[in-house]
Write a protein that binds this ligand. Structure first.
Ligand code: PLP
Length: 276
């Protein structure tokens, strides 16, 4: 199968999974996970109609964004892996949505940097006698220190909170095994979320999780359901925030994730083949 055929087949499977639970396929966005793959292949995927790309490491994201700078306005870049705090500044310039805010400290760091960028951004304009703030809607991209185009780093960063609801030890994210059923853990998590929501510069849009690997995708269903139930609880508890996005489901289990409410599926191997 060609790349175009594989993409078409995934779109069909997404639509079928959505219809099975009375959802519209337009509620689900395919993110092609491009880690390890060369820019030329990403270009092909973009030409075949995939407009959302996911990378799990900041440095690799940087290489791809730069190699595909001409496509920057067309592609939405998703950062889906753990971000070290010393890479937070670069992550803010490169990513359009960060799925992997997995600690209060990272959220605080991101918030502080966005705030610094806002202050720096205003200085020259004030001196030039122009208005203190620019309308963020006028341009999403600016010239960065390296001369290349990047996301305007002073705009509040859209983020998802990554939660480990499965309890698998190797998984990153806020630890909440069992989700809302875990009463003690839930109280702690709600307090952490409240603290994060009070940080300026972050636009929380929902949750992300990674299900434990299992050859039978049905085994992932409880994890996906737990994330949706947690999202519903957060929406009740913090109604000022849109908890719309549920980033869950990968090559082996994206259909089950869609049946359980996924709005963003992160699919690598099923689009591009095995990684080497
Ligand atoms: C690699 C990766 C994916 C895609 O995995 P596939 O099994 O190739 O579909 C999804 N999410 C995250 C966080 C990843 O690192």
């Amino acid at each position: 199968m060609s790349l175009t055929q594989r993409i078409a087949s995934i779109h069909q499977r997404i639509a079928a999974a959505a219809h099975r639970t009375g959802r519209s396929p337009t509620e689900v966005t395919l993110i092609a996970v491009t880690k390890t793959h060369p820019p030329e292949l990403i270009r092909e995927a973009q030409a075949a109609g995939v407009l959302h790309m996911g990378e799990n490491r900041v440095q690799e994201l940087e290489r791809k964004v730069e190699a595909l700078a001409d496509l920057r306005p067309q592609i939405t870049w998703h950062l889906i892996g753990h971000v070290q705090r010393n890479k937070a500044r670069r992550a803010l310039e490169l990513a359009d949505l960060m799925h992997s805010v997995d600690s209060v400290r990272l959220a605080e760091t991101l918030s502080r940097i966005v705030g610094e960028n806002q202050t720096e951004d205003r200085k020259p304009e004030t001196e030039a006698g122009r208005p203190e703030t620019r309308d963020p809607s006028t341009a999403r991209f600016v010239s960065l220190s390296n001369g290349r185009a990047g996301r305007r780093p002073e705009i509040p960063m859209p983020v998802l909170l990554q939660v480990n609801v499965s309890g698998e030890a190797s998984k990153e994210g806020f630890d909440l095994p069992g989700g809302v059923a875990n009463e003690a853990g839930l109280a702690t998590f709600l307090a952490e979320v409240e603290h994060i929501l009070a940080q300026p510069g972050l636009a929380v849009q929902g949750l992300m999780t990674i299900a434990p690997y299992h050859p039978d995708p049905e085994q992932a269903r409880p994890t996906f359901r737990a994330l949706r139930e947690l999202r519903d609880r957060l929406a009740q508890h913090f109604p000022q925030v849109s908890w719309h996005q549920l980033s869950m489901g990968m090559s082996d289990d994206f259909e089950v994730a869609i049946e359980e409410g996924a709005t963003l599926v992160r699919v690598g191997r099923a689009v591009f083949g095995e990684r080497t």
